[in-house]
Design a protein around this ligand. Structure first.
Ligand SMILES: *Cc1c(COP(=O)(O)O)cnc(C)c1O
Length: 413
């Protein structure tokens, strides 16, 4: 087999190897997955075609906060599948209003605009900010500026990668969308200095997930809030990854008691079942959209709405924010007790955590070893591994996972 790669050789068995081969043969190579195939899943656990079980410590980048196949969410999906699945926004459906009202109640905003993926929510937030700039702030149309941060991750569309600082994300995809200015993260002064009369929004992650779980200094979010208010600039928090209890609060901005002007939401809003995303804001901002100015065929579909309602209910009913805060402490203190000279930093909030090895260290083989020991995690930027299990994880399961991580890390040469 000419296309056999190192990945094929590291898989658990022949069935897995064949599935990896098939995927790599017929699929575009826009990902480099860990050599493991998942066939079934429940809660914190996933199983490969050979029957080996693994703990999922990535949670689909926090889209599975409620755990794999949460029974209440799956029931909502099944019930709605038997009633009505798609209407488009040409008509009303009997689930979307309920979903949006609950989402507004959960987030504390007056309005929501439903989309599907996180990238679409971010695009919607960008369009909202530009329209708000032209209509409300009085910026000349075409001059609107949006500020973003170095090392951001907001998705993969042309406009979003136009404001990325990751060469892998943007190289070769020009021409780029203008109207963005990139400033350092976790630097309130840089924000204030970058603002001009044409600045309509500051779009940022309250914790930078893809950058390697970069937690800003305490006080940054409050400073951002104060600066945005003073300059009449929309503070737009991208909580796609940090939202819905992941960091030990409903939203990461809650840690500083800060209310952004808008939030972009996705991932766990779909309960690990289907893509559900949204922008939430008050009427004076999200109200800039009028009929025909924005939309999505699938956005707000009844199946997504039913799943979204169940996803929100589970977060509350199972007190997942409290659980994430409490178990996050256990995870970080456990990781800090591991003796591994190459391991430099343990950081995170709630159950969004990362370990950083010394510069130049390649963590791929560590992730493969973790996988062989029954725990799935993925490195980012070569030397960082994120640990973000489903929030329904139990204390015993956390201890079990820490045991695996300790075994693997303490064997690193
Ligand atoms: C994952 C992510 C997105 C993009 O979401 P998709 O559903 O993959 O389009 C946007 N922002 C942040 C912070 C994310 O983590």
């Amino acid at each position: 087999m000419s296309s056999t790669t190192a990945s094929d050789q590291a898989v658990h068995g022949e069935k897995s190897a064949a599935l990896v081969h098939q995927t790599e043969t017929f699929g575009a190579h826009n990902y480099h997955p860990l050599p493991v195939v998942i066939a079934t899943a429940e809660g914190v656990w996933v199983t490969d075609p050979e029957g080996k079980r693994y703990m999922d410590f990535l949670s689909a980048y926090s889209a599975v906060n409620q755990g794999h196949r949460h029974p209440k969410i799956i029931q909502a999906l099944k019930d709605q599948a038997d009633r009505c699945t798609l209407t488009s926004r040409a008509f009303y459906n009997d689930r979307m209003g309920d979903f949006l009202q609950r989402l507004c109640a959960y987030t504390g905003y007056e309005m929501a605009l439903p989309m599907n993926t996180g990238a679409e929510a971010v695009e919607t937030g960008m369009k909202m900010a530009r329209m708000w700039g032209a209509k409300v702030k009085g910026v000349e149309n075409g001059k609107q500026e949006i500020l973003v941060c170095e090392e951001n991750f907001h998705g993969r569309t042309i406009s979003i990668i136009s404001c990325s600082t990751d060469p892998d994300a943007y190289t070769g995809y020009g021409p780029y969308t203008p109207g963005f200015k990139i400033i350092p993260y976790d630097n309130a002064r840089a924000l204030e200095e970058a603002i001009t009369p044409n600045t309509v929004a500051f779009l940022f992650e309250p914790i930078q997930g893809e950058a390697g779980v970069k937690v800003p200094q305490e006080g940054y979010l409050q400073s951002v809030r104060e600066i945005c208010t003073r300059h009449n600039v929309l503070m737009i928090a991208d909580e796609v990854q940090t939202g819905f209890c992941r960091t030990g609060r409903k939203f990461a901005c809650d840690w500083e008691g800060v209310r952004p002007d808008a939030m972009t939401l996705g991932k766990a809003l779909g309960g690990g079942v289907m893509p559900v995303s949204a922008v939430v804001a008050d009427r004076k901002i999200l109200g800039v959209f009028t009929p025909g100015t924005h939309g999505s065929t699938f956005g707000g579909n009844p199946l997504a709405a039913a799943v979204g309602i169940a996803a929100l209910e589970v977060l509350d009913q199972e007190k997942l924010a409290e659980r994430a805060e409490e178990l996050g402490e256990v995870v970080r203190s456990g990781l800090r007790r591991i003796r591994c000279p190459k391991l430099k930093v343990v950081r995170g909030k709630g159950l969004l955590n990362a370990v950083e090895f010394e510069p130049g260290f390649e963590a791929w083989n560590v992730c493969v070893a973790l996988k062989d020991h029954g725990l799935l995690a993925k490195q980012t930027h070569g030397n960082i591994i994120r640990f973000a299990p489903p929030l329904v994880i139990s204390r015993d399961e956390v201890e079990h996972a820490l045991g695996i991580i300790r075994t693997v890390f303490e064997a690193i040469e």
